[in-house]
Design a protein around this ligand. Structure first.
Ligand code: F6R
Length: 369
């Protein structure tokens, strides 16, 4: 039931404080302030040589974001690949690889085939799935459930942030088991994660500011999304979300790649959405904003540091839109900034009048290749 919401997608976006909370507390213990004992008992990341994350679409972007945390915090090498490529590539695997399928439905044909291929190679497998009775949940050696609840909207929203919640909690687990962090740091990171649902609730308050820019955005033919670090895969996810439900062509790029080609696309008709949390890469992203503005690009900057946004002159200053996000630890920035990205796509689609919950040509679960 949609209740007072216009679409299931809107309802599901607004459910995220609860759905992330449910997922996080399945992995983290709010009382003892660390990773739950049963999660630690189920896996030993100190014996894992590499993670091979396999997924499709939005789940692939969740895996791509998690990679930064596993590598940075736990020193665990990670490969992330779309399942439809991985499964036909004859990838060279080494001993000790843990294959992790990430899937809302647990039924996606390519992801399932990739998981089965890994098993046939004798690799240990895990599945991060939202449908706990699904084929992947049954077949993987290890089940890491997400607790988003049923997702009706075809465009994935709360399943994505639940995947991030589970994967970031597992990255803390890996860091602890690999001796990269002590108990105090494990507790601190767990508290940071457990604070995410509150910040997601705060981020939902960006709704009004976002609605105000979507009139403009809905007229665009092409939109570019930029991010750096963990917000680079989030930029790809933002572009996918906009394409799926508003049918506006959108591409995400690593902000640093701009000058290697995509900057040729910049003109006054191409809005550029910049996802820029105040982290150690902020200044670099800010300089990309100046490059875009200098070429007449219309920048929409999503940041918690509006005071640090570079001063632009002339038309660039007039067209710059800054949308203020809540302050958060960089560890959970991708989780919190998922919300404005989803709202931007949602309100643009509503403005265009497309069928938000059932976009053309798309199915909720892709069980054919
Ligand atoms: C995008 C979307 C799809 C799915 C993809 C994988 O909004 O929903 O890209 O993420 O089809 O589906 P699951 O997670 O069920 O394997």
């Amino acid at each position: 039931e949609k209740g007072s919401y216009r679409h299931f997608m809107e309802k599901e976006v607004h459910e995220q404080p609860e759905s992330t909370q449910r997922t996080l507390t399945a992995y983290l213990d709010p009382v003892t302030g660390g990773v739950r004992a049963d999660i630690k008992a189920g896996v030993d990341f100190s014996t894992v040589s590499r993670l091979q994350i396999i997924a499709c679409g939005t789940a692939y972007y969740a895996g791509s974001i998690a990679r930064y945390a596993f590598e940075k915090l736990a020193g665990l090498p990670v490969d992330v690949e779309v399942a439809s490529e991985f499964r036909y590539r004859s990838p060279a695997m080494m001993p000790g690889v843990l294959a992790v399928a990430v899937s809302q439905s647990g039924e996606t044909a390519d992801t399932l085939a990739a998981l089965r291929w890994c098993q046939s190679q004798g690799l240990k497998t895990a599945a991060v799935v939202n449908v706990h009775t699904s084929t992947m949940a049954r077949e993987a050696d290890l089940l890491w459930p997400t607790h988003a609840g049923p997702e009706i909207g075809v465009a994935s929203t709360k399943a994505f942030t639940a995947q991030l919640s589970a994967l970031l909690s597992l990255a803390v687990t890996a860091a602890a088991q690999r001796g990269r962090i002590n108990a105090a740091e494990e507790g601190r990171l767990a508290q940071v994660l457990l604070g995410a649902p509150g910040l997601i609730a705060e981020a939902l308050g960006m709704d009004g500011d976002i609605v105000r820019i979507t009139n403009d955005l809905s007229k665009a033919r092409d939109v570019i999304y930029l991010g750096r670090g963990e917000t680079y895969p989030l930029a790809l996810e933002g572009a996918l979300k906009l394409k799926e439900i508003s049918y506006i062509h959108a591409e995400g790029y690593a902000a640093g790649e701009l000058k290697h080609g995509p900057i040729a696309l910049i003109d006054e008709n191409t809005p550029v959405v910049v996802i820029a949390p105040d982290d150690e890469l902020f200044e670099k992203t800010a300089s990309n904003v100046q490059e875009v503005a200098a070429r007449g690009g219309r920048v929409i900057m999503i940041t918690n540091a509006p005071q640090k946004v570079p001063t632009l002159s002339g038309d660039a200053a007039k067209s710059l839109k800054v949308i203020q996000a809540p302050d958060c630890d960089p560890f959970i920035a991708a989780l919190v900034y998922s919300v404005p990205i989803q709202l931007l796509a949602y309100h643009t689609a509503v403005h265009k009048g497309t069928d938000v919950d059932q976009p053309r040509n798309l199915a909720k679960s892709v069980t054919v290749e």
